[in-house]
Design a protein around this ligand. Structure first.
Ligand SMILES: Nc1ncnc2c1ncn2[C@@H]1O[C@H](COP(=O)(O)OP(=O)(O)OP(=O)(O)O)[C@@H](O)[C@H]1O
Length: 264
């Protein structure tokens, strides 16, 4: 199963027919173990792609490889047409980790202003850029609250706003909706789709919650470091004759287990 949905429009700077992410024979070794094992996939530009799989299957490791912060990566991994982690990609790729990456003793606005300065944005351009990022994540009313005093969901939205600064062409988001209430989760998914549709941003979003799968145009399903499927939710269900992505995933896990037993 390796079909892909038609690519949406391309973001600025990326050729329309070129994948935003291209991986081939991609492996990562951590602690002496192969935790990402021989992956091959493309992420179409301007789409929302979900990276789904159980805890420990290698999602964060794969994301770290894509943004260039992971050691011991072998194979081909191209991001926006360049080798993953190369210097020109720094301003073109936004990354939000699972752990808070902003300063608790600064306000949301101060955090954003600081990170905009680190990105090299001239001082006079920063206020408008910061306002837009705050608006994107619906935090304008908390702009001047200390980040450390914000709720968990608000705190993670400050991290997301930092990643939105400078309008990156690729956003890599590691479980951005964990611990958020249903309304916030819906609002964030609406934002992700707006970014893809209106700004041509490519989004790669990890989750271990299968019920978020239907919010994605394209899915990469992982299990134990391997890619089980690369397809749209509809095609996954149709291909496995199941009614939900969760059932499709379980079907594919059973199939993979049978193949492993046969191989043994
Ligand atoms: N620093 C490390 N050293 C050695 N092994 C690691 C390290 N970090 C993670 N691993 C292992 O790599 C594998 C993949 O971990 P990873 O964090 O990528 O999974 P994940 O799918 O993102 O999990 P989760 O959904 O729980 O965040 C796991 O087996 C984990 O134990």
């Amino acid at each position: 199963m390796n079909k892909r949905p038609a690519a949406a429009q391309a973001p600025g700077g990326t050729a329309p027919d070129r994948p935003a992410i291209h991986a081939d024979r991609l492996s990562v070794v951590r602690g002496g173990r192969t935790v990402v094992d021989d992956l091959a996939f493309d992420v179409p530009p301007g789409t929302v792609t979900g990276l789904l799989g159980p805890s420990g299957c290698g999602k964060s490791t794969l994301m770290r490889a894509i943004v260039g912060t992971q050691a011991k990566v072998t194979g081909t991994l191209e991001v926006l047409g360049r080798p993953a982690g190369s210097a020109p990609l720094r301003a073109r790729v936004g990354y939000v980790t699972q752990d808070p990456s902003v300063y608790g003793d600064l306000t949301a606005r101060q955090n954003l202003d600081y990170f905009a300065a680190v990105l090299g944005v001239p001082r006079r351009e920063r206020p408008a850029m910061v306002d837009r990022a705050l608006e994107d994540v619906d935090l304008t009313s908390h702009a001047d609250s200390l980040t450390g005093n914000l709720s968990g969901g608000q705190h993670s939205r400050v991290s997301l706003a930092v990643a939105l600064l400078g309008s990156p062409e690729l956003l890599v988001l590691d479980e951005p909706t964990v611990g958020l209430d249903p309304v916030l989760r819906r609002d964030l998914w609406n934002l992700f789709h707006r970014l893809a549709a209106e700004r041509g941003t490519t989004l790669l979003i990890s989750s271990h919650v299968m019920d978020e799968a239907d919010r994605c145009q394209n899915l990469l399903l992982m299990r134990a470091g391997r890619l089980l499927a690369d397809d749209s939710p509809d095609a996954l269900r149709a291909g496995t004759h199941t009614d939900s992505v969760e059932d499709a995933f379980l079907h594919l896990v059973d199939e993979a287990r049978r193949a492993e037993t046969t191989a043994r």
